[in-house]
Design a protein around this ligand. Structure first.
Ligand code: AVJ
Length: 317
């Protein structure tokens, strides 16, 4: 079956405006959503295969091992909505166990989405594919979908960890609204664990995470006409235990000025730009977050080392 493509054209990202706004704040900050240009997406892909970066392979392992149980909770012949059509490997494992009637990948990158939707449509000829190009964190608009079929959502990769807890609750609430009462959500969440293991995952010895973080400045130079000297910034990632999150920063190695669109921005030696939070949740903490968003905790699965969790939550009512 050919796939359908719905372009809810995410408003052109105002890179320059957002960069200037973020750098005017104290502490300075930039949104992690800007990591994913072509090079950034390639680097992230390579990160997911690093020995230190356990989340991706652990989540895939859970999906493979627990496929049957997951299918019992999510049901067959559903309308399956995927938020952030990130990993082809993950979704295939899930499609194989769930066999949904309709698959709705939602992704902000149109190019990436067309690519993966066409391959999936070719390999799953009996399944209807309705690809939606949209920024799901801004609004979850969907095309007309079969009303009778049960709805399920798949939100992999612990992407929920990029949101502040209150923003995560409101995003999950939006997902619940789209699913309707009784709808199920399968969501991957990275677990709290010892600092060493967490920090190693964001400080790999091949320096791919450093390159991923620094690529943000290269992108801003290219797309916003800035003149960052990337060699004068360093990658820093650490676990902020009080907040329960990995923080990534770019540290200015000296006092310097950067010019962006005619504006001069000063950096002190050691001053940082906060580029990402990646929140980690215990099973209980995440269940509470889900409850705040109107979901009932139904089941969860982890790996033997308790590195990562996959939750099945159900819209209450
Ligand atoms: C895609 C947000 C889940 O937080 O682990 C990987 C992104 N940043 N290494 C994460 C990321 C640095 C990743 N998420």
């Amino acid at each position: 079956m050919p796939y359908a493509f719905h372009d809810y054209h995410p408003p052109a990202e105002d890179l320059l405006g957002e960069v200037l706004g973020g750098l005017a704040r104290r502490p300075k900050r930039l949104s992690p959503k800007f990591f994913y240009d072509r090079r950034g997406s390639q680097l992230f892909d390579a990160i997911t295969r690093l020995p230190e970066y356990y989340p991706t392979r652990t989540e895939i392992g859970i999906l493979q091992q627990r496929g049957e149980a997951i299918a019992v909770h999510l049901g067959h012949d559903s309308v399956l909505i995927e938020l952030g059509s990130g990993s082809p490997q993950k979704i295939r494992v899930l499609l194989d166990s769930l066999r949904p009637a309709v698959y709705v990948p939602v992704d902000i990158s149109g190019e990436h989405l067309r690519d993966s939707a066409s391959h999936i449509a070719r390999d799953y000829p009996d399944m209807q594919v309705e690809a939606v190009c949209a920024d799901y964190s801004a609004s979850l608009q969907l095309p007309d979908l079969p009303q009778q079929a049960a709805r399920a959502a798949f939100f992999p990769g612990s992407s929920i960890g990029n949101f502040e807890p209150q923003a995560a609750v409101s995003l999950l609430r939006d997902v619940g609204e789209v699913l309707g009462p009784g709808g199920a959500m399968l969501i991957g969440v990275d677990l709290k664990k010892d600092r060493q293991k967490l920090e190693a995952a964001y400080n790999d010895t091949r320096l791919l995470t450093a390159a991923f973080n620094l690529n943000l400045l290269t992108r801003i130079n290219r797309e916003a006409g800035a003149d960052f000297d990337v060699s004068r910034f360093a990658h820093r990632a650490f676990y902020n235990e009080a907040e329960g999150r990995i923080e990534m920063h770019l540290v200015s190695s000296c006092a310097q000025q950067v010019c962006i669109d005619g504006q001069h921005i000063g950096f002190g030696a050691g001053e940082t730009i906060h580029t990402e939070n990646s929140y980690k949740y215990s099973v209980e903490e995440f269940r509470e977050l889900g409850a705040e968003a109107g979901f009932e905790a139904e089941q969860f699965w982890t790996d033997p080392e308790q590195l990562f969790s996959v939750h099945c939550l159900r819209v209450a009512g």
